[in-house]
Structure formats: C-alpha cells, structure tokens
Design a binder for this molecule. Structure first.
Ligand code: JHZ
Length: 426
C-alpha cells in the first residue's frame, strides 16, 4: 500500500488502494457501496479474439467523515483506462445542444472575442470546443486518448494528446499564451491529484480568467439511486462543500454554481483566482446548495446507508422482471452500451441469456461485446429488423432522446424498461 501519490500515471501496479481522503487527507473513510468486482467500463471485448476472461477490479465507494467527499476505494492506473477511449461525446444530440448553450452563455457572460483562448481539458472528440468555435474564439483541446485527439484535430479542433498536468499546462502556455477560459466537462471526478490539477490551471489561466467545470452531482446520485454511475474512472463523487475546500486550498474561489439536468443531474461550477477582484462571488447561489445538501442529510453517513439498501432493491426488481419476461419467451434488447450499462449489467448479473444485444450508435463500440456481461453491441438497424418486445434503456440519462428516436419501435408495440431511479416499464 502506498501512502500518497502525486502522479497516478506512475503507479507501478494496476491499481492502488486509497487509505486517506483525496481532499482533507483524513482517514475516517466509511464504505457505503460495494458493487463487487467489475470490469473497466471501456474494455469492450473484441469478438474475434476474446480473452479467456475479462479482468475485473473491486468497485466500492467510501464516504469521508472529515470533508464529506465520497470516493472510490481504489485507483486504477490511468494509462490502462484512457489509452484508447471508445466514448464519443458527439453521439448524443442532447449533449451537443448542452455544449452549444454552454458556449453561447460563456462567450456572452465573459465577453469573449477572437483574441480569447478557450482550452478544454479532456476534450474528447472536440464536441464542446466545436460549439465555441462557432462564436469565433480561439480553441485548444487537451485529450490523452490519441484516437479521440486525432478525430478532433481532423475536424478543426486542434488537440494536444496529453494528460492534463503542470507540464502540459506549461507547454501550452509557452506555445499558445494564457487562456481566458479553461473548461472541464465530466473529468474532475476522474482526477486523483486535485492539487496538481489546479496548479495546472494556475499556470495557464489569465489572472482575470475563469475555470468552468461540470461534474455529476452527488445529490442526484443519492436521491435518484444513480449507483451505476459508479465506475473505476469516477474516483470522486462531489458535493459543493468539498469542492469549495479544495479550490480554497489552492488559491482559487468558486464564484457561481448551478444545477443542470445533464447526465442524470450535474453541477456547473465557475471558479476564479482568489486574488481576481473583477468577478463578484454569488454567495446566495453557493449557500443555497450548501443548505440543500445539509437539509437532505448529505453530510450524514446514515443517508448513504439508506441509499445502498435502495440499490439492492433495484437489482432484485430488475432481475425478477427480466427473468419473468424471459420465461414468457419475450425478446429483450437494450439501448446504450454506456459505461453505466456495464456497471448495471455486471452488478446485477445480466448476460446475453437475458438481454440479446445492445444497440449503440457509436461506431467504435459496434461489433464488440460489452465488458464482463459479453452482450453483442449492434447498430440501430438491428432494432428495426428484430423489433424486440422490450428495450432496456441502459443510457437512462438520455431516455427522452432515445424514446423520441425509437418512436417507430414504440408504435409497433415495443415497450421500454427504465432501471433508474427505480425499475419501471413504459
Ligand atoms: P452516456 C459517460 O458515461 C462517459 P456513460 C464519462 N465517463 C462520464 O464521465 C459520464 O458520461 C458522465 C449511446 N447512445 O453518455 C452512446 C446512442 O447510441 O450515458 C453511449 O455509448 N444513441 C466521460 O458511457 C451511450 O449510449 C443515442 O442517441 O455512462 C450513452 O452513454 C444516445 C443518446 C446515446 O454515458
């Protein structure tokens, strides 16, 4: 066991066991969720050369009594998880529209012009920056997955294929100059060394610049039983309270926050350098969320124990339903070979004996098998051809978009199963 690591890319083993809180360094960490051994969510299995078994790692979540950060009990070496990444931000129209609104509101609120540089950390295939480009600002992506960095660059979003750290930040600063905006959508939860991450921001961000980040919100995770958004990539599960603490410890200050509905419920957090006098802090917005967290019992461990009981119920309800439908000879397929789908399937023990195939529009995933559960991933034309009786929405966070897209399936008598926040047939 290692006491602390500053750079997780240097972890010698495949994973390292956490034994102190990533933010407050306390060791009063209490487990509230144990999903068992689960494969890495992006390790899709090649049908032509399937390995004898799919490697699995423990998946447990701990609550820090000191600062209230929830966090995974282990850290898998990022090199293993992010070298080649199949997740494409551009597959969902809901997400593209979300990025357009982010770009539009950011450009207007901070009066950005063609002189301003916007840098996106973990920019994936360039979806968010593509929306910023429409407003004529300068953009630069930072994305460690080489396959994605290449796609983005080919589409006009210049992308540096590196992990975000102080070295990458310095290199970018000397080549492109300081950034007015640095954005990070769905990546801060993936970072172990938050201090080093923020030091990187300090190097590249202008004194009057803004860091804007989005992360899934633990409030929704607990209240809506979103247990399947726990996976090895998601090291931290954030409330506002620990976020304030980590930024303050590094000379930064949160000046505005609001909730968004994306990915089952997220928070968008605006951060400035502490010494920047030009931006006012919206204390009302911040205090409102802190009070809400307190009122909902999110600083109290018992709330987390109640949540873990709901998770067990979802597993038994889902398996009871699918087994019953299977006995009635109903055909069941799924939509969305999502990361959360892999967790749900493996935790519940779902395989292709119950779910025959998963439809997914991501070309990089089609033709592969889902990790662990080994369900074939197919393109949309399958759904039209086969018309299964039931469609399990594994990307339940995009349920509206998926149902709109599959209206023909519904009109022909198809039914949906939505597993979260509780198992329902629609
Ligand atoms: P989706 C992602 O997790 C990835 P995942 C990441 N790890 C993260 O942090 C969280 O989000 C927040 C497919 N789909 O976005 C695409 C269609 O095929 O819910 C995806 O494979 N057609 C960075 O993977 C999957 O469903 C469609 O029309 O759990 C959705 O995955 C739509 C809407 C989706 O997140």
């Amino acid at each position: 066991m290692i006491n602390s690591i500053s750079d997780p890319t240097e972890i010698p083993e495949d994973y390292y066991i956490l034994h102190e809180c990533r933010i407050c360094k306390g060791n009063n960490l209490k487990e509230f969720l144990n999903l068992g051994d689960i494969p890495l969510v992006n390790s899709y299995v090649d049908v032509n050369s399937p390995p004898p078994f799919d490697e699995k790692f423990p998946l447990k979540v701990l609550f820090c009594q000191g600062c209230n950060l929830s966090q995974l009990s282990i850290i898998v070496r990022p090199e293993i998880m992010y070298k080649n990444y199949s997740y494409r931000s551009s597959i969902s129209k809901t997400f593209i529209d979300h990025c357009f609104r982010l770009a539009n509101s950011t450009v207007k609120r901070f009066s950005l012009t063609d002189k301003d540089l916007v840098v996106d950390i973990a920019s994936n295939d360039g979806t968010a920056l593509g929306e910023f480009l429409k407003f004529g600002v300068r953009v630069l992506g930072v994305e460690p997955a080489k396959n994605l960095a290449k796609i983005a660059t080919n589409q006009g979003v210049t992308t540096v294929a590196e992990f975000w750290n102080k070295e990458t930040s310095s290199k970018i600063e000397s080549k492109y100059g300081k950034a007015s905006i640095i954005s990070a959508m769905n990546v801060v939860a993936h970072v172990h060394d938050l201090n080093s991450f923020i030091e990187g921001l300090d190097i590249l961000l202008k004194e009057e610049g803004v860091f804007v980040m989005e992360v899934p919100y633990l409030l929704n995770f607990i209240n809506k039983n979103e247990f399947d958004t726990t996976y090895h990539e998601h090291l931290s599960y954030f409330l506002v309270k620990p976020l304030i603490r980590i930024f303050a410890a590094n000379g930064f200050e949160i000046f505005d926050i609001y909730k968004s509905t994306i990915h089952g419920g997220s928070i968008r957090v605006f951060v400035k350098k502490k010494l920047n006098p030009f931006i006012q802090v919206d204390h009302d917005a911040i205090n409102w969320l802190l009070e809400l967290e307190n009122d909902l019992g999110l600083y109290d461990f018992d709330t987390y124990l109640r949540f873990s009981e709901d998770v067990i119920k979802i597993k038994s309800d889902l398996m009871e339903l699918l087994t019953r439908l299977n006995k009635q000879n109903k055909n069941i397929a799924a939509y969305g070979a999502s990361a959360k789908g892999t967790v749900l399937a493996n935790y519940c023990g779902l395989g292709n004996n119950l779910v025959q195939y998963v439809v997914d529009d991501t070309p990089e995933k089609q033709g592969f098998l889902t990790p662990g559960s080994r369900i074939p991933i197919v393109d949309y034309s399958y759904l039209k051809k086969k018309q299964p009786d039931y469609l399990l929405l594994l990307a339940w966070n995009f349920a509206d978009e998926l149902m709109e897209k599959t209206q023909d399936y519904k009109n022909a008598g198809g039914k949906y199963i939505v597993p979260i926040p509780s198992v329902r047939v629609l």
